[in-house]
Design a protein around this ligand. Structure first.
Ligand SMILES: *Cc1c(COP(=O)(O)O)cnc(C)c1O
Length: 384
């Protein structure tokens, strides 16, 4: 068992990275660029709502950053995921394979489609969906039927999509996951909410699957208060996403005609103004975060606490830095000590399959998810 003295040293080291601060938050936004200028400009233009030049500029910037053909600005990451699943064709009673170690938004979006999440394990090193676990699950429980879709032999439901998540900004093995999804005709939707600025094998996260989503919530690497984006290379998807997120209004000079049930999911121009100013600084933010990660990495080399680093082939944005304790007791002692001593730290989310809404969801062996959930702690990671 690690002594309180070493917890004190770790906290002091974290504090030394953020001098002159009484309390060190987990992730605070930084607004040192054109944020105020663009916001004032958006207000002066009177285009504060879902139509405006900043919305268009935001979408162009997301394309150039991620390399996607199309980007659609959405009101938040959760709704972007909902939209992505609709585009992927997920409907009532379908199943969507995801990871239990994720933020609740992933599963909420699946539930908004009246679909059912099925959980497979993550890899210990990437903390994201494991291609081996996915393949094992499919071989054991799934079959491709005459209509060309994959069905779950246990539940008799169609498995329409798979949603891996790039946990804390560390890219998962998306190339292998993509190959498996292709083999089984399962739509790949990437929850890249946490991984803006993260790459796997030179490719930005979010652009390997049919559709990927990002979040610009206040705690993310880049924020616009609240916001999301959907990226895709499919022109039909992009067109449909724009239509559905604007109440499915048929374009017309004056008439209000809507041709299906749509959503009010577009990002307002005010938020887009903030997003554009923040995106201009994405590279600076990510380099700053990677520098902090490398400082943490050398520090923890001499401690009895493991520091999580990016995998081979991956370039992580190090959204939230992660350390691993020997067991849940040691983790709890550290959480208690650090949070009482001015250093904000957090455990991983309660695993999805343990929440009341998903307690009956089918699941594979979740050993790695449980192993990580017992040991992982996020430590302060703000841009300095
Ligand atoms: C933040 C986050 C979301 C949702 O983003 P919001 O913009 O807060 O709605 C979705 N999935 C994951 C994994 C996230 O971390």
């Amino acid at each position: 068992m690690i002594e309180t003295e070493s917890f004190r040293q770790v906290c002091n080291f974290v504090k030394s990275q953020y001098p002159n601060k009484e309390f060190i938050p987990l992730h605070a936004p930084v607004f040192n660029g054109n944020e105020k200028a663009y916001l004032i400009d958006a207000i002066d233009s009177t285009f504060v709502s879902s139509v405006g030049e900043y919305v268009n500029q935001f979408e162009r910037m997301m394309c150039s950053i991620t390399g996607a053909e199309y980007a659609v600005a959405i009101v938040n990451g959760t709704n972007a995921l909902h939209m992505a699943l609709i585009l992927a064709g997920v409907i009532d009673d379908d199943e969507v394979i995801s990871q239990s170690l994720t933020f609740i938004a992933t599963c909420n979006a699946i539930s908004y489609c009246r679909a059912n999440p099925v959980f497979v394990d993550v890899d210990r090193d990437t903390m994201g969906l494991s291609p081996d676990a996915l393949e094992k699950f499919l071989i054991e429980y799934a079959e491709i039927r005459d209509d060309g879709f994959t069905y779950n032999k246990l539940s008799n439901r169609r498995i329409k999509a798979c949603v891996p998540m790039h946990t804390f900004g560390f890219p998962c093995r998306i190339d292998k996951i993509s190959t498996i999804c292709d083999t089984w005709n399962i739509a790949l939707v990437e929850d890249s909410a946490e991984s803006l600025g993260s790459y796997y094998q030179g490719k930005h996260t979010g652009v390997t699957g049919k559709v990927g989503v990002f979040s610009f919530n206040g705690n993310k690497t880049v924020t616009c208060g609240g916001g999301g984006a959907l990226v895709t290379n499919d022109p039909e998807f992009a067109k449909r996403a724009k239509h559905l997120t604007t109440q499915a209004k048929v374009p017309h000079k004056w008439a209000f005609v809507h041709d299906e049930i749509g959503y009010n999911y577009r990002m307002p121009n005010l938020n887009a103004a903030l997003a554009c100013a923040q995106l201009e600084q994405l590279n600076v933010f990510v380099e700053n975060k990677r520098e902090l990660a490398s400082i943490y990495k050398s520090y923890f080399q001499d401690q009895q606490i493991a520091f999580v680093t990016e995998n081979e082939g991956a370039k992580a944005n190090y959204w939230l830095n992660c350390i691993l304790f020997a067991d849940a007791d040691e983790r709890d002692s550290f959480l208690e000590y650090s949070n009482e001593n001015g250093v904000m730290t957090r455990p991983v989310w309660e695993l999805m399959h343990r929440l009341p809404m998903f307690i009956n969801a089918q699941k594979g062996d979740l050993n790695n998810s449980e192993w990580l959930a017992d040991r992982l702690v996020n430590i302060p990671s703000s841009v300095r």
